[in-house]
Design a protein around this ligand. Structure first.
Ligand code: SDX
Length: 379
């Protein structure tokens, strides 16, 4: 065996593909989706415009956007058979498992037949119906109510989600809708994050679109990846005030415990999405939200930076943003799914367009070759 060959654990710093979708951590270039800076997209566009950009490659004209929003709203109802199955998922299930199951079941009912055409339809069908699947299951298991998942065709993805969550027949507040919409823009795409890379590995075998998305959902669920926004909220809810946050975080750091929502494989000097989402969490705290939660978050940020020189990633202030809007904590990562299905779709379509099976190899460190031992001779 040759001397220990070098390899990069977790593929850190390794480039494995060419892609025209997004730039992350490129020297001197910010976070861009197909060349548009995330700061501009978050400030001036909507999630539906960004979804169109990622999936079709350009920002939509006014007419294209109107048609696209109509298309998404036409995809928000879910088949009766899927509702039956959602009703059988226990209330104790994690909402990420509900989406992974819903994706799989929809794939059996509306299969991909011709990938070149169907991939766009399925991407939009999932973006539009993931919120419906989740909230249909939620209201059935919480109160035995079978809700209609269709709202006004003019409703954005953010409005549709909040209306189905609250079911109070009222228009959700403009501040809440805008905060969710911006979070959907920020979560939409991020180069070869673990879930997107997983989707590409799956796509490279030429399997179906739903299988790629199931891979991505399962990958995103982990607390080192998308599950961090839920884990960050669980951490923050342990601190009723800033004093307990200070002592609690110092204790955790002393025990070398992970502070969820901090750190990043690529960003070593801060996540460009953080200041944007933090501003929305602050705005919510000043307009009827939870000022203590924001103050506790700020203390956690200050201490982790002071002690570890680590910065929050997008998941940290997404937690207090969603909490102040009244979104259940275990719905945080499912919202990430609704948004990142746009980025995952872009990567699946790109992988299919110039495919090569993704199959790396490992450096063998097992036993030297040895003779077989019959079982009667084994102790
Ligand atoms: C997302 O890839 C993407 O783009 C993902 C994402 C996207 O949009 O798709 O940005 C979304 O997943 C953001 C990350 C969400 N995860 C978390 O917030 C979980 C907490 N963070 C860590 O687990 C960690 O920072 C990672 C997983 C995000 C990155 O880890 P790396 O690159 O593998 O770095 P590492 O684990 O080798 O850490 C280096 C050192 C270690 O200390 P030592 O062993 O060298 O002493 O930093 C420490 C780590 O213990 N460290 C932390 C820490 N993150 C790293 N210590 C405390 N708290 C943390 N959060």
């Amino acid at each position: 065996m040759t001397e220990q060959q070098q390899y990069s654990k977790g593929l850190a710093g390794i480039q494995v593909a060419e892609s025209d979708i997004c730039t992350v951590g490129v020297k001197g270039v910010g976070l861009n989706y197909r060349g548009y800076d995330i700061k501009d997209l978050a400030a001036y566009s909507t999630f539906e415009e960004v979804a169109f950009l990622l999936i079709y490659g350009s920002l939509p004209s006014q007419n294209e956007l109107s048609n696209y929003k109509r298309l998404l709203s036409s995809f928000r109802d879910i088949p009766g058979g899927l509702k039956d199955i959602l009703e059988r998922i226990p209330s104790s299930a994690h909402p990420m498992d509900v989406l992974r199951t819903g994706c799989s079941v929809l794939g059996t009912m509306e299969p991909e037949v011709n990938p070149q055409q169907d991939q766009y339809r399925i991407a939009n069908r999932l973006i539009a119906s993931f919120g419906s699947m989740l909230l249909y299951w939620y209201h059935w298991t919480q109160s035995g109510k079978r809700i209609s998942t269709v709202t006004s065709p003019d409703d954005s993805t953010a409005t549709h989600f909040l209306k189905l969550l609250r079911l109070d027949g009222k228009e959700p507040s403009g501040l809440h809708v805008k905060a969710v919409d911006v979070s959907l823009i920020l979560y939409a795409e991020h180069d070869l994050a673990a879930s997107s890379f997983g989707a590409r590995v799956t796509a490279s075998t030429l399997t179906d679109f739903y299988s790629c998305i199931c891979t991505a959902i399962g990958t995103l669920r982990g607390p080192l990846h998308g599950g961090a926004n839920e884990a960050a909220m669980i951490l923050l809810s342990k601190f009723p005030n800033t004093a307990s946050a200070e002592s609690g975080i110092l204790e955790m750091l002393k025990k070398k415990e992970l502070i969820m929502g901090f750190g990043h494989r690529v960003y070593r000097n801060g996540d460009p999405r953080n200041p944007i989402i933090k501003e929305w969490s602050k705005k919510l705290s000043q307009e009827g939200g939870n000022p203590t939660l924001f103050a506790v978050s700020q203390v956690v940020e200050d201490i982790v930076f002071r002690e570890k020189k680590m910065h929050p990633n997008l998941d940290f202030y997404s937690a207090s943003t969603y909490n102040q809007i009244g979104i259940p904590t275990n719905f945080f990562t499912p919202i990430f799914v609704i948004s990142r299905t746009t980025g995952w779709a872009a990567h699946i379509i790109e992988q299919r367009s110039n495919n090569k099976l993704i199959r790396p190899s490992a450096i063998y460190t097992g036993p030297e070759p040895r003779p077989y031992v019959p079982i009667i001779e084994r102790s």
